[in-house]
Design a protein around this ligand. Structure first.
Ligand SMILES: [Zn+2]
Ligand SMILES: [Zn+2]
Length: 367
């Protein structure tokens, strides 16, 4: 079996950017290629996901390699366009290239290749979990290209520690009144202002990173002389660990309810997207990834573990299955100006390193 070329796969996938749960062409391309390689392939997993399985002769662990597939939506010159601005085409390309090298080399255990949909909407991983793909998985390995600000080109980081994140909607209901008689109303804009101020006074342990800030506010109608009885707000909340997140959310909700009550307004708190768990990476597995990186690119190109304030739904896997050992490494490809920028570009010559680490790690466990 000849190995597939990661750059060629990348070029093919880059031409067909599709949004989360709409990765029809992308998933068909990947599933067809896996099937051609001889993997046992299941399509339409969690809507558009693809799983390829290869079993070894001997007993051993079930190891999952995961890449995401979705692109991001932009409006450019008034037109809606999808762009692979987070490099998920590169991730799928690296995983498919690795799968082509690994075919026929699995001696023990089971290799599961997962092409996951809808990472950007943070919904894809949950669909994969609901489909039962993680039930028997012992080890899970994910990867992401890194921007030039994180690590230099040609280097790799053995761990990317994403944060826990959530967005919270706060709806305030008060009482409308003529603005000349404000004492008869309950002004939700004033209550919202007090809530924002009070939330800003919440303090968590400064040794860990966390943040909690309003990002959207809508209140009042169109009349300037009516006391507004409805205001809604969005807060973006993040923290480095799951423990800090639960404490922060507890305090946040207490502040919102207490301040609203002081204004005689009613507060409703909604979590439209749930709470994305922070990375819980297995130390031992991460150390093995570091070994792999050294073997592939040399010790001088091994970077430290990266803390990241972004979210990543891969971490639902270890969150829902506490016995699962997870690792997640970063591939230095000098992505500029940054991820999620419509002009994001990077040096594709760095992708082979990601392929080689995936292969090296898998053979360590299943070879
Ligand atoms: Zn992204
Ligand atoms: Zn991404």
């Amino acid at each position: 079996m000849t190995a597939l070329n990661v750059k060629e796969i990348y070029h093919d996938l880059h031409q067909i950017p599709e949004l989360g749960l709409e990765e029809y062409k992308t998933s068909a391309y990947l599933a067809d290629a896996l099937e051609k390689l001889g993997y046992d392939v299941t399509r339409n997993v969690g809507v558009t996901g693809v799983v390829g399985i290869e079993k070894g002769e001997e007993e051993g662990p079930v190891m999952l390699l995961r890449a995401d597939m979705d692109a991001l939506p932009f409006i450019i010159n008034g037109e809606h366009v999808n762009i692979h601005a987070c490099g998920h085409d590169a991730h799928s390309a690296m995983l498919l290239a690795a799968a082509s090298i690994l075919k026929g080399k699995i001696k023990r255990g089971t290799l599961k290749i997962l092409f996951q949909p809808a990472e950007e909407t943070l919904k894809g991983a949950l669909g994969i979990i609901d489909a039962g793909v993680l039930e028997d998985v012992d080890l899970a390995l994910g990867l992401h290209i890194r921007p030039v600000q994180d690590i230099p080109f040609g280097t790799l980081s053995p761990g990317v520690k994403h944060s826990s994140s959530t967005f919270v909607k706060v709806v305030l209901r008060g009482r409308s009144a003529h603005a000349s008689r404000p004492h008869l109303g309950v002004n939700t804009i004033e209550a919202a202002a007090a809530i924002i101020h009070s939330v800003g006074a919440i303090k968590m342990n400064p040794n860990f990173s966390w943040s909690c800030k309003p990002t959207i506010i809508n209140g009042g109608g169109t009349a300037t002389n009516i006391i507004p009885d409805y205001t809604s707000m969005m807060f973006d909340i993040r923290s480095q660990t799951n423990e800090i997140m639960s404490e922060l959310l507890e305090r946040f909700q207490k502040v919102v309810h207490c301040v609203a009550e002081a204004f005689e307004a009613e507060a409703e708190i909604i979590f439209p997207g749930g709470v994305i768990p922070a990375a819980v990476l297995d130390d031992e597995l991460t150390a093995e990834v570091a070994e792999s990186i050294k073997e592939v690119v040399g010790a001088e190109n091994l970077m430290p573990v990266l803390n990241n304030t972004g979210g990543e739904d891969f971490h639902y896997f270890a969150n829902k299955y506490p016995n699962l050992k997870a690792a997640y490494f970063g591939v230095g490809v000098a992505a500029e100006p940054g991820l999620h920028d419509p002009n994001m570009h990077f040096n594709i010559e760095g992708l082979q390193n990601g392929v080689d680490v995936l292969v090296n790690m898998t053979l360590k466990k299943l070879g």
